[in-house]
Ligand binder design. Structure first.
Ligand code: IPE
Ligand code: IPE
Ligand code: MG
Length: 245
């Protein structure tokens, strides 16, 4: 059976996340400037969203800009801040035909007014779509996300809206950016780095992890199916014991 047929005949994860890493190294490999790598990476993201939708994945979360990525050179940051403009076009074309919804997760207070408006516009224009949800994590960092959740919960406690006993996993889940999304099944990181870089620290508790040396611009349909095939062979125990064992 072909790889694609095998994967499609088994359980397709509801929510996958990808740390889109290696754009800079891809550019370097072909003697381009780093921003060309980011351009290629954004194009690849659009292709991969369409493929994930076709496969039947419900949510694709992508780490596109971290809270630490502001530390890069101003010209690189400036280029990376063009992503909302790039994704504005998702209200039409293939994304529209396939019903792909686009949302953004992360801080918004450090963006330009133009970017904040573009993000709101894209979210609004795509909000009733029923296909894949593309969750673009942009100025996202888990530390900030968790601290924000703790602050909101502390305020509710202070205002007597909740008791100390109400603070549990579910309550935390409901104060994170991912509150409306299904649990994270699989995290993929491209480019060979074996770290999480402040991504989804809370959500990763029982997700499966998959690392590949492929650089993000070269992560294609075949690589996605390889990752899904690998995921389908995992034995997810959640701390328990599978009956067969
Ligand atoms: C990922 O590629 C994109 C972002 C972090 C914005 P990088 O820019 O980190 O590429 P490398 O890791 O330098 O190759
Ligand atoms: C993680 O990649 C962030 C994104 C892909 C957006 P980085 O390239 O910023 O991570 P480090 O610096 O290698 O940990
Ligand atoms: Mg990197």
């Amino acid at each position: 059976m072909s790889l694609e047929k095998r994967v499609m005949s088994k359980y397709i994860p509801a929510h996958i996340a990808i740390i889109l890493d290696g754009n800079g190294r891809w550019a370097q490999k072909y003697n381009f400037i780093r921003t060309i790598g980011h351009k290629k990476g954004a194009e690849n993201l659009k292709d991969m969203a369409l493929i994930c939708n076709e496969v039947g994945i419900k949510v694709l979360s992508v780490y596109a800009f971290s809270t630490e990525n502001w530390n890069r050179s101003s010209s690189e940051v400036e280029y990376l801040m063009k992503l909302p403009r790039e994704f504005e076009e998702t209200y039409k074309g293939k994304f529209k035909d396939k019903g792909i919804r686009v949302i953004f997760s992360g801080r918004r207070d450090r963006f330009s007014k133009e970017n904040r408006e573009l993000i709101l516009k894209t979210e609004k224009k795509t909000k009733d779509r029923k296909g894949l949800i593309l969750n673009v994590c942009y100025d996202y960092g888990s530390h900030t996300e968790i601290i924000e959740a703790v602050k909101q919960i502390s305020n509710k406690y202070k205002n007597n809206e909740i008791e100390l006993e109400d603070i549990n996993v579910e309550l935390m889940d409901n104060h994170l950016y991912t509150k409306d999304l299904p649990p994270l099944d699989l995290l993929i990181r491209t480019s060979g780095e074996l770290r999480i870089s402040n991504y989804f620290l809370w959500q990763l508790a029982y997700s499966e992890l998959y690392f590949t040396k492929k650089l993000w611009p070269e992560f294609n349909r075949k690589e996605l199916f390889k990752a899904l095939d690998n995921f389908q062979k995992r034995n997810r125990r959640y701390g328990g014991i599978k009956e067969k064992e």
